[in-house]
Write a protein that binds this ligand. Structure first.
Ligand code: ADP
Ligand code: TRP
Length: 323
């Protein structure tokens, strides 16, 4: 039997190149070799989006993104989190065995705490709901970007604690992080992230993508000067699109001098457009048939629910609420 793979993305904004290489591409690459479940973490997104129109539009957009990027609904169980509410029940059980200091150590909470004056209970509890997502589906591996590794480790710790208290109930999931792309840099060189506003949108228009590429921060070396590709933010992004041979050629041009940053950006822009054109076309087809997209999510939820319902029964038995 294949191992069970599970992951999800929050519908909290427009998908960017970092999300694609750090997460979605891995889901697509692995769909043939794992029993895969990929979901839209809409309950998590409510920690930041509290606008009805925006949330529902974002949910559909992530579904379209998943399908356009190549997730095949015949191979992967695709669903939205809120369609399987057993997960919130499990999150409650986990709340009752998890301490505040444990959650205070989560980087997601620390970041939010630094930025916002007040953190909601939902945001504080975010890793618990994520642990419930993973553990209710009996996942063996969880592919995520490096920033989410700690959350998967939280899921393991919570599973261990639950097993200690109530007896063996959960498998221990493993995070899977692709090394070369573990952190895709944004146009300012920091991690590409919605919250830093330094992204290149995966399905932006040509103009939007061009604008982002032209904003990539560089030093002020003139075209004729020799440049160090290893500290160049444009070069770091070329790595995602070029093969080894092409990269070596570009590396030589950087070192030799004569290649301006503008030319390197123009090349990158073209690489991005060539790369996304087939996915864009696929997305347009699905956009014309949103009912089909809704049906795919509904069918996926049915499958996910079968597993969640049988798991929650065992959990209730082990906890003692089943009399
Ligand atoms: P953001 O940081 O833009 O809010 P999310 O937290 O919604 O992105 O991340 C969704 C998925 O994409 C996660 O698995 C995350 O690890 C991955 N991811 C996000 N940004 C990057 C990045 N810059 N490089 C690699 N993976 C990323
Ligand atoms: N926290 C993840 C993110 O922001 C989304 C997520 C929610 C998730 N539940 C999950 C990822 C379970 C993997 C497994 O990207």
């Amino acid at each position: 039997m294949n191992k069970r793979l599970l992951s999800g993305i929050q519908p909290s904004g427009t998908i960017h190149i970092g999300n694609y290489f750090g997460a979605i591409k891995q889901f697509v690459d692995m769909q043939d070799n794992y029993d895969s479940t990929i979901f839209i973490a809409d309950l998590h997104a409510i920690t930041t989006i509290q606008n009805k129109e925006e949330l529902s539009a974002n949910i559909l957009n992530v579904a379209l993104d998943y399908l356009a990027c190549g997730l095949n609904p015949n191979k992967v169980c695709l669903f939205k989190q809120s369609d399987v509410p057993e997960v919130t029940e499990l999150a409650w059980y986990f709340n009752c065995i998890t301490t505040m200091p444990f959650l205070e150590r989560a980087t997601s909470y620390k970041d939010a705490h630094m930025k916002a004056k007040e953190v909601t209970v939902g945001l504080f509890d975010y890793p618990i709901l994520m642990a419930a997502d993973i553990l209710i589906q009996d996942a063996d591996i969880v592919p995520v970007g490096a920033d989410q590794k700690q959350h998967v480790e939280y899921a393991r710790d919570i599973a261990l604690k639950f097993n200690n208290i109530y007896g063996d109930t959960f498998k221990l999931p493993e995070p899977l992080i692709l090394k070369e792309v573990s952190i895709v840099p944004g146009v300012d060189g920091r991690k590409m992230s919605k919250s830093y506003k330094n992204t290149i949108p995966l399905f932006g228009t040509d103009e939007e993508i061009k604008k982002c590429v032209m904003k990539i921060v560089t030093d002020s070396k003139l075209p004729e000067e020799s440049k160090n590709p290893d500290v160049c933010n444009i070069f770091a992004l070329h790595k995602l699109f070029l093969n080894e041979n092409e990269l070596n050629l570009l590396r030589d041009r950087y070192i030799k001098g004569g290649l301006g940053y503008k030319e390197s950006k123009d090349m990158l822009y073209k690489e991005i457009i060539d790369f996304i054109t087939p996915m864009r076309n696929k997305r347009e087809l699905y956009e014309k048939d949103l009912d089909k997209v809704r049906l795919i999510l509904k069918e996926g939820a049915k499958k996910a629910k079968i597993i969640a319902e049988s798991k929650i029964k065992i959990i209730r038995d082990n906890i003692g609420t089943n009399i």
